[in-house]
Design a protein around this ligand. Sequence first.
Ligand code: FES
Length: 76
Amino acid sequence: MLVCHCLAVNDREVKAAVGQGAATVEDVINLTDAGALCGGCHPSICMLLGEHSQGDCGGDACLAGSRVLCGDRSSV
Ligand code: FES
């Protein structure tokens, strides 16, 4: 599934970054470039971080303006 449409980064790449230790959206940006442009994918990245950390990514995992409750896929 494509996560970042601007930079064509899929969920497997983001999950690989999480597996390499990415714990925040900024970490994912640094490892994959996903989220580096418009930021529209930040909530999706946050959800992938939350999935990895059992739904508890918290505010620290989300950059300002993209805070969502992990697991609440309707929040942006
Ligand atoms: S959709 Fe990811 S930066 Fe635009």
